[in-house]
Structures are given as C-alpha cells and as structure tokens.
Ligand binder design. Structure first.
Ligand SMILES: [Fe+2]
Length: 385
C-alpha cells in the first residue's frame, strides 16, 4: 500500500510462462485485498498455493463484549497481565467494535505454526521486544517501538529474540492506511507529513522454502480458526511485486509537528482505518508562546472514544498512570488534565511522553479481558477536593 516494492525473481510480463531451473512452471498468484481495483501484489510460488493436505477446526473466535455500564472514564493496567501464549494465542481482547478490536498480549512463547488473518488487517505495536517477522512477502526485522502493519491474508510468524514481549494487537475490519492528507495524488508522502517513505520498512529479504516440508497455518476467517495442513512450506515464493506487503514503521521515526500554541491531536496521526485513527505521541519540544499552556485543554470528544496506551509513564497531562496503562475516555463526557497538571506544566519546554492513541468513531465496548486489570478509582483523579 505505501509504494511499489519487489523482491526476488520475476518474469518480464504478468501471466506469462515463468520456468523453474528444472523446466517446470512457477505458479502465479494475484494477492489482492480489495477485489481487482484495490492494492495488489503478484507472487510466484514453487508449489500450488491451492494444494491442501487437510485441516482441523480450531473453534469460533470469541468477540463478545460486556454489557453497557454507566458512562465513566476507564483505566486499565496491562502490567497486571501475566505472560501467556504466543503472539496469536496470547492476545487478550480488551475492547472493540464493528471497525476495530484492541487486544493486549504479554507473549510468553514463540509461535509454533504460521498464522493468517484473512478477515482483518493487523497493526501490531511492539512495546519492548525485537525479532523477525517472517512472511509470504519476506522478512522484516523489528525492534521496540515498531508498528507492524500486516495486510489481511498474509501468512506470517513472529520470531522473537527474547521473551516475554509486550504487544498491542489491533485488528481492523477495513484497510489500515497512511492518512490521505499526508499523500499527494500519486500516493507519495508530502513534505508536511510526519514521516516519509524512508521510514517505511518493507520486507528486506526473501527466504524461499523449496522442499516439500509439511507446514501448518492457523487461518482466521468467518470468525473462526482453522488449522490448515500443507504438504509443502507455504513460504515458497521466489519473487513478488506490487503494492500489498507488510511493513514496519518505528514510533521513534515519527517526527512530531510542534507549534507556538497547543496543537490538536490530529497532528499526531500515524494511520487511518475505517472508523478509527492511530496516533503517536512522541518526545518533542513543547509550545513556545511565552504564556503557552503546553498540555491539552479539556475537550469533549462527543463523537469518538479515545484510548491511550502509555509506552512510558511520562505523560504530563495525566496522573496515576504507569507504563502499560490504557485510559479509555468515552464519548459523551469531557476529559482533560487532572487538577494541578496545568500549573505543574508551566514553563516546561519539552516532553518525553511516548504513547499510542486510537480514536474510534463508534463506541468501544470493553471485553471480559479488561475486568481483572481495571483501576476503578480512575474517575476520582479529577476531584478537586
Ligand atoms: Fe484527549
């Protein structure tokens, strides 16, 4: 989606004979995420990607939410989540709606099988780990602070250097894209955008598995998991090109836009989805008007829920949060700095905050995974006496 990319060997023209060293034909696959009119890539396989040895039903995915509760600000402490599972099975659904779900993972194990989410684009935020994303499109190294954006249908596995690792897993039922206002009519990132193409790291190498080694892939589709058994390794691509591929973008490569007076949240926008945005709050110089109040003013998010994940605990406008906290400020009531925060911020010239924000335009509903980690006293942090 961000640009044209290619790896490996390709025939000169689409849909022509492309032969292996032994004279046989490679198998072409068009990989599209929106019919024949959206972004596409074309891949060349050693084996037939349609050949399947068998499958096992792994059951329905539980996307149920808690009933509506009285309106209030919420605070979840994800540090209370114990390490468990792998980068897929260890995801704890915290909240979601018809557009996007937010799961938190404190990953304890390496993935044994490959995974394919066929019904949602994924945006994984790696809080504190490093490793490799191995995918159909090649390998990407990742580090703390990386967003990994993985288009639906991509077969992949995360291989971590050291465990446990903390990760946010957003699953979007629409596409996850670079905001339109950052791009020109050709898709190129404009000069005012807070990052450029150089910051987007597509697959850097292509490892082609030639042998017919039996390999399993856990496929998520139709709100169900099915374990597919292939008599060959599905990462058997010798070359591909196009606009669909996973990529990494580091929150540390986001170049914050600053101003004389306080800038509104959209300047922190990093990605857009259907019904939500993802923003990055990064270390930066603060507002430079001599009388500036450099932390957010109270605001009524009347048509969106605002969820913030604090990558560190240095968020000037908020009291009582810790590394790994999530605050949910729901639509319908204003929120802003707690008492004393404005006065405490006066004269500050710089912030070291690091946070990921998701604003949703349909209300986020909490899931059962949130119940054991909530700080029920959070709403009292705005009391003045
Ligand atoms: Fe806000």
């Amino acid at each position: 989606m961000p640009r044209y990319h290619r790896l490996g060997n390709l025939p000169h023209k689409h849909h022509t004979q492309f032969r292996k060293p032994d004279g046989g034909l490679y198998t072409e696959q068009l990989f599209s995420t929106r019919g024949f009119s959206g972004p596409m890539s074309t891949l060349y396989h050693i084996h037939q990607p349609t050949e399947v040895g068998g499958w096992e039903d792994r059951g329905a995915i539980n996307l149920s939410y808690l009933g509506d509760e009285p309106l209030r600000h919420r605070h979840l402490k994800t540090a209370r989540l114990k390490p468990c599972g792998d980068a897929v099975s260890g995801r704890v659904l915290l909240m979601g709606n018809q557009d996007v779900t937010w799961s938190q993972a404190h990953i304890a194990e390496q993935m044994e099988t490959y995974y394919k989410n066929a019904e949602g684009d994924e945006c994984l935020f790696i809080h504190n780990g490093s490793g490799k994303l191995e995918s159909l499109f090649g390998t990407i190294s990742f580090h703390p602070g990386d967003y990994l954006v993985i288009p639906r249908g991509t077969i992949y596995k995360l291989v971590f250097d050291v465990l446990p690792v903390k990760m946010i897993a957003l699953v979007s039922f629409g596409p996850i894209e670079i905001p339109k206002r950052y791009r020109n009519e050709y898709g190129q990132l404009l000069e005012h955008a807070p990052y450029t193409e150089r910051d987007i790291r597509g697959p850097e190498s292509l490892e082609t598995h030639e042998a017919r080694e039996a390999t399993s892939v856990l496929i998520r589709a139709r709100n169900r998991l099915t374990l597919y058994h292939y008599p060959y390794h599905p990462l058997d691509v010798v070359g591909w090109d196009g606009y669909v591929f996973p990529f990494a973008f580091s929150i540390h490569d986001f170049s914050p836009i600053t101003g004389k007076l306080h800038m509104p949240p959209p300047i922190h926008q990093t990605f857009q989805g259907n019904g939500f945005v993802v923003c990055s709050f990064c270390p930066r110089m603060l507002d430079y008007h001599p009388d500036a109040i450099a932390i957010p003013y109270n605001h009524s998010n009347v048509d969106s829920d605002e969820v913030l994940y604090y990558v560190n605990d240095k968020y000037g406008a908020r009291k009582g949060i810790e590394e790994g906290s999530i605050t949910l400020h729901p639509l319908g009531i204003p929120h802003g700095p707690q008492p004393g925060a404005v006065e405490a911020s006066l004269g500050a010239t710089r912030t070291e905050e690091l946070a990921v924000m998701v604003d949703t335009f349909h209300p986020f509903k909490l899931a059962a995974g949130s119940t054991g980690i909530e700080d029920p006293e959070y709403w009292k942090s705005w009391l003045t006496s």
